[in-house]
Design a protein around this ligand. Structure first.
Ligand code: UDP
Length: 465
């Protein structure tokens, strides 16, 4: 039988791209050929990450002259602010003719995996008779609950403006939610009939008509929600993660052959016997100048050792912070290999925005989380981390909202609790157990390992019929 051929098209953001690059490796290991679609400006990141593989990369011209998107910007992390992300996502649809032209020229395709934000690829898939899998990069928990509330719009309209009012979703009675736990597009009546909400509902509809969903999670972690999804919503979710566990071992050397400076710094902390808090908020979070100030004060007062990956220019304010914390704090402004940092034995806690990849990577590295969600599915991820699987503690915002302000006093207290307190000990123990289960899921015979084999067999048998 010929090898399966899989087309992958990630969305233009790092958080959506990185895990599917790991997935591409898994498919290659199982004998598949993989063709990956991207755009010219995103190509270098992808080709560097997959330099040692046989993946074919095709870049499609990204639409130009789009209102709100500066020339040359083709990924969400380069947007001047994240409020423009749906513009970028909507513009991507203009790549459809190029995508279809390329599909037409490729050898027979067994199935395609395209991002949930590229719902228009479903029409192309149907045109060519190719089964489409959707990849959202969300947990089963967040997907199931977001879709469940999207179906209960009236509930939110009736609720008026109280974002903190608690409610339960009939199918998930044991957890209380507030509107703050959800992306506004699902629960805020003001979002109804906007360009953004129309876009989201198009993606949801395309998902519903697709063959299946690939989930970067493992069944044992959230079986209740995976079952709920498969029973009540669909299409079938295939849990094949954590995908980060199939990444090649971190290259802890820079191009010049020397160990990266932050790894050397972590090595030093290990020799001193000092645990380190890793602070990072993903690839694209917008954080206000005032909030950055509070983070600095909180970290300084907490007295903990920390490594902070700063993606925000405002952290460059010359306020003497770096000098004052020089013995125990390191600010890194470059792109880092986050897994390598999390896996360093001196790293004992992660102050995270709870992007789903960060949560998965933290679990796999057995590092407990101090959860500070900021947007999108992050509040739901934080809820899962703290209330469902109990591998982290939660930072509270002033107004309880998903993207509200956190005071330095609260940050200081919770950082100490995570790194030195009894609650911190409890979640550290739990994350080790869950990290062990994650490793089992992807090992030969594990649930994720089996799910990916079943998926390939099912789809490949279809194509060769
Ligand atoms: N990441 C990284 N180095 C950086 C910043 C981010 O490797 O300097 C990776 C991180 O390990 C994760 C991804 O980028 O795999 C970010 O995804 P996540 O879902 O955590 O957050 P997002 O960026 O989507 O908000």
């Amino acid at each position: 039988m010929a090898s399966p051929h899989v087309v992958i098209f990630p969305f233009m953001s790092k958080g959506h791209t990185i895990p599917v690059l790991h997935l591409a490796r898994l498919l290659l290991h199982r004998g598949a050929a993989v063709t990956l679609f991207t755009t010219p400006a995103n190509r270098p990141f992808i080709s560097t990450a997959l330099f040692d593989t046989t993946v074919s990369i095709i870049d499609l011209p990204f639409p130009q002259n789009i209102d709100g998107i500066p020339p040359g910007v083709e990924s969400t992390d380069k947007l001047p602010d994240m409020s423009q992300w749906s513009r970028l996502a909507i513009a991507a649809k203009l790549m459809k003719p190029y995508f279809e032209k390329a599909l037409n020229s490729l050898p027979r395709i067994s199935f395609m995996i395209t991002d949930g934000f590229l719902g228009w690829t479903l029409e192309s898939a149907q045109k060519f008779g190719i089964p489409r899998f959707v990849y959202y990069g969300m947990s089963n928990f967040s997907m199931a609950l977001s879709f469940a509330v999207a179906q209960s719009r009236q509930l939110f309209i009736d609720m008026g403006s109280d974002n903190k009012k608690l409610f339960t979703i009939p199918s998930v009675p044991r957890i209380k939610f507030s509107r703050n736990d959800f992306d506004a597009v699902f629960v805020d009546p003001e979002y109804q009939n906007t360009e953004h909400s129309e876009y989201v509902s198009e993606q949801i509809q395309a998902t519903g008509k697709s063959y299946g969903i690939i989930v970067n999670s493992f069944y044992e972690l959230e079986s209740v929600y995976a079952d709920y999804w498969n029973r009540e919503i669909g299409p079938k979710a295939w849990c094949v993660g954590p995908l980060c566990l199939s990444a090649p071992p971190p290259q802890n050397k820079a191009e010049n052959g020397l160990t990266r400076s932050w790894i050397q710094w972590l090595d030093g902390k290990q020799e001193e016997g000092k645990p380190v808090l890793y602070v990072a908020f993903g690839s694209q979070a917008d954080i206000s100048r005032e909030q950055i100030k509070q983070i600095k004060i909180g970290l300084e007062k907490s007295g903990v050792n920390f490594l902070w990956v700063v993606r925000n220019k405002q952290a460059e304010d010359d306020d003497g912070f770096q000098h004052r914390v020089r013995d125990r704090g390191l600010l890194v402004k470059e792109w880092v290999d986050q897994r390598e940092i999390l896996e360093h034995s001196s790293v004992q806690g992660f102050l995270s925005h709870c992007g789903w990849n960060s949560v998965m990577e933290s679990i796999c590295a057995h590092v407990p989380i101090l959860a500070w969600p900021m947007m999108a599915d992050q509040p739901l991820n934080a809820k899962m981390v703290v209330e469902e699987i109990e591998i982290g503690l939660r930072l509270e915002t002033f107004d309880g909202s998903g993207n509200g302000f956190v005071s330095w006093e609260h940050l200081e207290k919770m950082v100490k609790e995570l790194m030195e307190g009894e609650m911190g000990k409890k979640v550290r123990k739990k994350v080790k157990e869950i990290g062990g289960a994650a490793a089992k899921a992807v090992a030969e015979g594990g649930s994720s390992w089996k799910a990916l084999n079943e998926l390939i067999n099912e789809l490949h048998a279809e194509t060769v019929k």
